[in-house]
Design a protein around this ligand. Structure first.
Ligand code: F6R
Length: 615
């Protein structure tokens, strides 16, 4: 998830427009930033640096930043660690072209190999540089226009992209193209703007064209916007009027990043599974498992270390790995593990889970396990962060930057990766039947669509939340795979609404917490049609007998529990082991809406930070 900005005009300087635009898009990524400008003498300059847009501005203080045409980028690394070299824009070898890109070129390794055989030298580790080198190579070799070279190159490319290109020989033109990554063109009076969303544009014009997949836009001074497809067929894009304020659009129209991130989950999980789940062939492939097959296959024990929400994902991972792979799994708070001289050694695999990849306790637990000879596997979101760099191997969750402090999409991304890990390892070990494996892979691939449908429950939960804002305490109950979901639901509520909440395995209620039940204590009970249904239903009856108020999370079509519960939220029917991926969604929404009703700062709750780099 990177941010793209472009400007082309006659009278305004491009640089300030680009920098302002990048700042608006910084939520999309902020590990490095860069700008390419063509000045009045026709020089194409690229300035880029590791860090945020503010670092780029500082870097540019003594540079020539003149010119009325430019493109700029803020990066969230996917291929190649965050560094100045890997930052965009990237030049082609001739330095005639500069490109910025948001997305992933999946077949970049193959294209790179071919180009290297033809003598092209690469400066960075990115998939993006491969694309600009390919375009330049095609353009030169076949003596094509830039547009045609782009079309030919995009024919060869597999993956997702939003790109923008400058050619120093044509200082009056920007070419942009999109497939599966957003791109908006702003049409001003004799000038063009470009953005990953409209936020860098709306200050200057309200006339925009949202490019569709397969569109290539040619913005040329003195001409109308031209949009064609890869076959050079002319298209007639719809010019729309945007009527939104800046505050909204930076959050993609959502009032809070948290809500936006909850709603992004179908797309995020699709990204997370992309290239890993092959539904046609009913297969899960994780490169880490291929590269380190024997180490993982021979693990005597797996220890999962993590904190907070990531620890909850670990609890689900434990059940998943034990169920499918028959390997014993321990789940440890990283903060405890690091200080208690744990028994860990060479026959252990330690899985470290962290959204930020920077959590100090998790990093310290990784270092400790490493020093004892354990093999370390990272499951992280932030590319190139400290934990993935400290591990032996791992799998990125690829859910994009998470800005809301309360983790939402990272949790479901972590659970998705753990599910794929368990399935792929079980298949390799032969501990899962072929039928079970295929059934689970197929069902996992359906989860994004299920979540998309489930999100329609948002309005119902918003209404429901108003009825429960009075509460000072909440209890969350679940069993089996749903127990960690109960913990996660409780954590979400307490961190953003400041209501005290506890998650419990439902059967433990009678061993203590039942004493708390009264009409002031709402209980969220996950009571879906899995093996524990009857038992959780009895728990609900015990709560009702004590005047407790119950919000029941049930399987669609359940008619029994709706008769006894005070409120019911229906989930799509799925396999037990995949249920956390859907059951979490209404709990995220419930916490969100209760916090909103209480007027709390949802995205930046008090005392919390997104990345806990201190003990
Ligand atoms: C809760 C939350 C935290 C984090 C925890 C670990 O919503 O966000 O509990 O899960 O601080 O952070 P990471 O995953 O970055 O290691």
């Amino acid at each position: 998830m990177c941010g793209i900005v472009g400007y082309l005009g006659k009278n305004r300087d491009a640089y300030p427009i680009l920098i302002k635009g990048l700042k608006r898009l910084e939520y999309r990524g902020y590990d490095s930033a860069g700008v390419a400008l063509i000045n009045e003498d026709g020089d194409l300059s690229v300035y880029k640096t590791k860090g945020k847009v503010a670092d780029l501005e500082e870097f540019c203080t003594d540079k020539d930043i003149t010119g009325h045409i430019g493109i700029a980028h803020t990066r969230w690394a996917t291929h190649g660690e965050p560094s100045s070299v890997n930052a965009h824009p990237h030049y082609s070898q001739s330095k005639n072209l500069a490109i910025i890109h948001n997305g992933i070129i999946e077949n970049y390794a193959e294209i790179k190999h071919n180009l290297m055989e033809k003598g092209i030298e690469f400066q960075s580790e990115t998939d993006t540089e491969v694309l600009v080198q390919l375009i330049d190579y095609i353009q030169t070799k076949k003596n094509l226009s830039l547009l045609m070279a782009v079309q030919v190159a995009l024919h060869q490319v597999i993956g997702a992209y939003a790109i923008a290109l400058l050619d120093k020989r044509h200082p009056d033109t920007i070419i942009a193209a999109r497939k599966q990554s957003p791109l908006v063109v702003g049409i001003g009076d004799g000038e063009f703007f470009l953005g990953s969303d409209a936020s860098p544009i709306i200050e200057y014009t309200d006339k925009v064209v949202y490019l569709d997949d397969g569109n290539i836009a040619v913005m040329k001074l003195g001409e109308e916007l031209k949009v064609v497809n890869i076959l050079n067929e002319k298209l007639s894009p719809e010019v729309q009027t945007v009527d939104i304020n800046l505050g909204q659009i930076e959050k993609g129209g959502y009032p809070h990043f948290m809500l936006k991130e909850i709603f992004e989950q179908p797309a995020c999980l699709t990204n997370c599974m992309r290239g890993r789940i092959n539904v046609e062939h009913d297969r899960v492939t994780l490169s880490a498992l291929i590269d380190h097959r024997s180490k993982l296959l021979n693990a005597k024990r797996i220890i999962i270390v993590a904190c907070g929400t990531s620890w909850h994902a670990g609890l689900i991972g434990k059940q998943m790995i034990e169920t499918f792979c028959r390997i014993p799994v321990e789940v440890e708070y990283a903060s405890e593990f690091r200080y208690r001289n744990p028994v860990v050694g060479e026959s252990d695999v330690v899985i470290a889970i962290s959204q930020s990849g920077e959590t100090a306790d998790t990093l310290a637990a990784v270092e400790l396990a490493k020093s004892r000879g354990a093999f370390i596997y990272g499951i992280c979101n932030a590319i190139g962060s400290s934990i993935p760099r400290a591990t032996d191997t791992g799998t990125y969750i690829h859910v994009g930057p998470e800005i809301g402090v309360a983790s939402t999409k990272a949790f479901t991304g972590q659970v998705t990766v753990l599910t794929m890990f368990a399935l792929a390892l079980a298949d390799a070990k032969g501990t899962v039947s072929h039928d079970e494996y295929v059934k689970t892979v197929k069902e996992l691939a359906q989860i994004p669509a299920m979540i998309k449908d489930l999100l329609k429950v948002n309005d119902q939960i918003a209404d429901m939340a108003r009825t429960f804002t009075y509460a000072r305490n909440f209890l969350y109950l679940g069993r089996g795979f749903s127990y960690p979901v109960a913990l996660e639901g409780a954590l979400k509520l307490k961190e953003i609404s400041y209501i005290h909440a506890e998650g419990y395995p439902a059967a433990e209620m009678k061993h203590g917490p039942i004493a708390l039940i009264d009409s002031d204590m709402p209980v969220v009970a996950i009571a879906t049609h899995n093996g524990m249904y009857e038992k959780v239903r009895s728990n609900i009856q015990e709560i009702k007998a004590r005047q407790g108020r119950v919000i029941a999370i049930v399987t669609k079509g359940d008619t029994t529990i709706s008769k006894i519960a005070d409120a019911v939220i229906e989930l799509p029917d799925t396999m037990d082991c995949l249920e956390p991926l859907v059951a979490t969604i209404p709990l995220q929404l419930l916490a969100y809406h209760i916090a909103v009703c209480k007027g709390k700062d949802v995205d930046q709750p008090r005392n919390l930070a997104k990345s806990v780099t201190v003990e």
